[in-house]
Each structure stands twice: as structure tokens, then as C-alpha cells.
Design a protein around this ligand. Structure first.
Ligand SMILES: Cc1ncc(COP(=O)(O)O)c(C=O)c1O
Length: 393
């Protein structure tokens, strides 16, 4: 049995998506910039997909710029707006729980001389809106706050953040890679200026995404070349990918079904396994996210034993799962090193079933119990500041 519970990392492409894409490889393979019929057909598909994205956000089609995915969208939003609006100031604001695509872009800007404020979050992963208000100064250009956190699922109040940014006249970018189509987003009502989305998190193909850019915002191109995408991002558009992404947006999301399964899973883990803690907020969280700390257990060990049973999960965000550093998100919500290391992220999709969740929890119970028996780490074990345990004699 193979059970995929790592849908926060990526998802399986839906059959409908693959079917929709196929004609654009061998039949309608024109370049959307070409003037002949092949090009016109590609252009039609491109503009139709743009409309579908815009409708989903209550945006206008020309406010959608297709990219190679969430990472590029984040970089384009942050560096593109900051470089084009340098005359407004040299201060930018983000949070301590962003995806590496955002954090790395901020780090580069910091190294180039911009001042950066990293907002703290509380134990559930929420930023404090007063902190945000206080952080914005005359010099602030941009605020970037993730909508649905990829590790712990916490959903920020982006409507309130948008309101504050509008009042203070600073640009507001949100990384909505995990929340797009899972949460209702209205960029007008929520005063969002820039929003990143990615196809492969919603059963679309990999390597395609978009950045919503409110009209009138000056942005500097990061990829130079032709005048594609409203002269904002050069490069022949990935028509099959974009068509697949648009199809994915239109599919039945079965959000209630996923949410029910999420709550069933949380509740069952909490009742059947001792010494566990749910990370993030119980209700204001992504419909598909279950993040649990298992005390006295090493997350990597748990992941490998689950993998032996055919169950795929994650210990941190996809990009940092190669590293042994505790996750910056779990550290930011105040988890100690040892608890952060014992955390597992299960992320569901509409293709998961209750049977799969039951099977997973049966496996989990056994593995957690065995690992706890083997582990020298017990109640009362002390840890040094790096999370290395020691026993007092
Ligand atoms: C919140 C968030 N932002 C950005 C990204 C990057 O998206 P992509 O893989 O499409 O570059 C991810 C993917 O893990 C994500 O979860």
C-alpha cells in the first residue's frame, strides 16, 4: 500500500489536468507570440487561462503574470517591487515564518543595504497586527506576509494586514502558494497588491505559477528578454503548463471532505497516542494540514519507518527536509529543539481516504511506541541549548 500524505510538498496531477494539457504538446504547440494560426490558438489558451486565474481572485486578467512557480513569483514580487520603488525608501517587512523563497529574497536585499524587519509570531504562528503597525515607517516600501503557512498551516488575517498596509500606503505581498483555491481570496476586498500562487500544490503540473500584480504598481523585470506577460516576465509562455494550472483551478476541490479528514486525523492522533501536540491553530489552519510534535521521538526516524510502510510524510517544509537544523517556523512558534525535531507534517488531498488515515495512525502508534522504547530520551531528560541531551548524575 502506498499512501501519500505530503501534499504540502507537491500533489499528484489530476487526470483532468493531464487530459487538458495533452493537445498543447503536439497539436496546438504554437508560440503564443506568433501571428499565424498555431500562435493564435496558443494565445487563446493563454488568455483564457489568465481569465480563470483572475476570476478566482476577483482580479483583472491583465493583473496576472504567469511564472515558473511560487519561488519565482515570490522573488518577482519582492525584488521587482523593491527595485522599482527604491525612491520611496529602504525598509521592508516580513515575518519569521516565511517560505525560504521569501526569506532568501529578503536576505539578498538586506545584503544590498535594505533594512529588514522580521515580525515575530505567537505560539500558534500569528503575527501581531500592532507589531506590524508599529514596524511600518516613512521608509517602508513593502510588507510580505505568508497567507497559509506551509509547515504549520496557520492562516494569517490577510484582510486586516491588507487594510493596515493600505492605510499606511505600503505595498502588501502575500505568498498564497499553499492557500490559493483552498481559501476564498478577494484581492480587491482584502487590499492585496501582490499575490504568489503555484500550480503543483493544487493537482496541476510543476514549474508553473503566477504573480498577481495590482494594476498601476511599478515592478522591475527579473528575467530580461522579450515583452511577454505584459512586459513583466520574458520567456515563451509554458502553454501546456498554464492550461493544466487553469484546469486544476476549475476542478472540484472537495474542501469540506479534506477538512473533515484533517479534523478526524488530528482528533484520532490526540486520543490514541500519548504526549503529542498539535502545532498551529486548531481552526484557522489550512484545510489539509496536520502538524504534530511527538515527544521523545526523532522526526527523521519516524519518517523513515513510515516510509517503510509506504506512507509519505514530511518533517519540515519540502525545501528544508534535507537539513538537520530545526525548522525556522517551529522555532519561531517557540518549540524547543527537541520538540521541533519530533514534529511531522501530514498534508492531505481530496484523493486521501479515511481508510488511509486509519492505516497511517495504526502504523504511527506502533512506530512511536517502538521508537520511544529504544530512545534514551525520556520524561525528565535534559537538553543543552543545541538540543543535545544529557543525563544528570
Ligand atoms: C508557501 C510556499 N511558497 C513558495 C513555495 C515555492 O513554490 P514552487 O515550488 O512552485 O517554486 C512553496 C513550495 O513549497 C510554498 O509552500
Amino acid at each position: 500500500m502506498k499512501i501519500y500524505l505530503d501534499n504540502g510538498a507537491t500533489t499528484k496531477a489530476a487526470d483532468e489536468v493531464v487530459r487538458a494539457m495533452l493537445p498543447y504538446f503536439k497539436k496546438y504547440y504554437g508560440n503564443a507570440s506568433s501571428l499565424h494560426d498555431f500562435g493564435v490558438k496558443a494565445k487563446e489558451a493563454l488568455e483564457n487561462s489568465r481569465k480563470i486565474m483572475a476570476r478566482e481572485l476577483n482580479a483583472e486578467p491583465k493583473e496576472i503574470v504567469f511564472t515558473s512557480g511560487g519561488s519565482e513569483s515570490d522573488n518577482l514580487a519582492i525584488k521587482g517591487v523593491v527595485y522599482a520603488n527604491k525612491n520611496k525608501g529602504n525598509h521592508i517587512i516580513t515575518t519569521k515564518i516565511e517560505h525560504p523563497a521569501v526569506l532568501a529574497a529578503f536576505r539578498e536585499l538586506f545584503l544590498e543595504g535594505f533594512k529588514v524587519t522580521y515580525l515575530d509570531v505567537d505560539k500558534k504562528g500569528f503575527i501581531n497586527l500592532d507589531d506590524l503597525k508599529k514596524a511600518i515607517t516613512q521608509d517602508t516600501i513593502l510588507v510580505s506576509v505568508i497567507h497559509g503557512n506551509n509547515e504549520i498551516g496557520t492562516l494569517q488575517d490577510i484582510e486586516q494586514i491588507g487594510k493596515i498596509c493600505k492605510e499606511k500606503k505600503v505595498y502588501f505581498h502575500t505568498d498564497a502558494v499553499q492557500s490559493f483555491t483552498k481559501e476564498k481570496i478577494d484581492v480587491k476586498k482584502m487590499n492585496i497588491d501582490l499575490l504568489s500562487a503555484s500550480s503543483h500544490k493544487i493537482h496541476g503540473p510543476k514549474g508553473v505559477g503566477f504573480l498577481y500584480i495590482r494594476k498601476g504598481i511599478n515592478i522591475r523585470k527579473l528575467i530580461s528578454g522579450g515583452k511577454h506577460e505584459n512586459n513583466t516576465r520574458a520567456g515563451t509562455e509554458n502553454i501546456p503548463g498554464i492550461v493544466g494550472f487553469a484546469k486544476a483551478v476549475q476542478l472540484d476541490k472537495k474542501l469540506n471532505q479534506i477538512k473533515k479528514l484533517r479534523d478526524y486525523m488530528i482528533n484520532k492522533i490526540e486520543t490514541e497516542i500519548k504526549d503529542v501536540k498539535l502545532n498551529g491553530d486548531r481552526t484557522k489552519r489550512l484545510v489539509n494540514n496536520v502538524n504534530i510534535s511527538f515527544k521523545y521521538v526523532e522526526g527523521e526516524g519516524l519518517l523513515m519507518y513510515l516510509n517503510d510502510k509506504g506512507i509519505a510524510v514530511s518533517t519540515g517544509s519540502a525545501c528544508s527536509s534535507q537539513s538537520l537544523e530545526p525548522s525556522h517556523v517551529l522555532t519561531a512558534i517557540g518549540l524547543k529543539h527537541e520538540d521541533a525535531h519530533g514534529s511531522i507534517r501530514f498534508t492531505l488531498s481530496k484523493y486521501n481516504t479515511k481508510k488511509e488515515v486509519d492505516y497511517t495512525i495504526r502504523g504511527l502508534k506502533k512506530i512511536v511506541s517502538n521508537l520511544r522504547k529504544m530512545s534514551p530520551w525520556k520524561k525528565g531528560t535534559k537538553f543543552d541549548h543545541k538540543g543535545v541531551y544529557y543525563h544528570e548524575h
